[in-house]
Design a protein around this ligand. Structure first.
Ligand SMILES: [Zn+2]
Length: 204
């Protein structure tokens, strides 16, 4: 199908050989060793550090850039704000997903790291916010952000269908709720919110 050649290092003599990618078995041109493609761990995709950097730099944009999202939490305005929040966070979570999927052995460690990054940026954002002049004002602000997280960003992450779409929100909920026991959230989906509006659960 393709004539793609890949470069491998012979496991017997250590020299570099060029082999058609579709060959399952071949011999080294130099030493004649019988080699099998399956023995070469060719990664499906290579990890790109730019993905990690991008994901960490933008992981809190979905909160930071949507300070008034909680005010749009009604049947009429929810969908548009949900879509905007989803568009905002998709590139960061897609980058996170690529970075994690390229390193399956480090999956749990990397998920913890991203959740940790989210939480430390969450802390810095609210501590440094101009409206957080008192403890009471900061708690109010964190409550508003939590609504954005619970009703927009978490359902949006889950709607992306990525490998991290369930793992990240669940781990974030566990770590977040342990850290902020008075500002807990549960993992909801877009369907939960939409049906909540239909059933009049959120009507003011
Ligand atoms: Zn060889």
């Amino acid at each position: 199908m393709t004539n793609e050649m890949i470069t491998l290092k012979c496991t017997s003599c250590g020299r570099e050989i060029q082999v058609p990618a579709e060959l399952a078995e071949f011999s080294c041109l130099y030493c004649g060793a019988k080699l099998r493609m399956a023995d070469f761990a060719v990664p499906a995709q290579s990890a790109d550090e730019a993905d990690q950097t991008f994901a960490e730099a933008h992981i809190l944009d979905c909160i930071r850039d949507f300070p008034d999202a909680y005010k749009q939490f009604n049947r009429k305005k929810y969908d548009a704000t949900f879509a905007a929040n989803r568009d905002c966070l998709a590139p960061a979570f897609e980058a996170m997903d690529r970075w994690i999927c390229a390193q399956p052995a480090r999956r749990e460690e990397l998920l913890e790291r991203f959740v940790g990054s989210f939480l430390s940026q969450w802390e810095d954002y609210h501590q440094g916010h101009k409206r957080a002049r008192s403890r009471r004002a900061r708690l109010r602000l964190e409550f508003e952000s939590k609504l954005t997280l619970a009703w927009y960003s978490v359902p949006a992450i889950r709607s992306l269908g990525l490998s991290v779409s369930e793992d990240f929100p669940v781990l974030l909920r566990d770590r977040f709720n342990a850290r902020y026991p008075d500002n807990r959230f549960e993992v909801a989906s877009y369907q939960d919110v939409a049906s909540g509006f239909r059933r009049g659960l959120f009507r003011k």
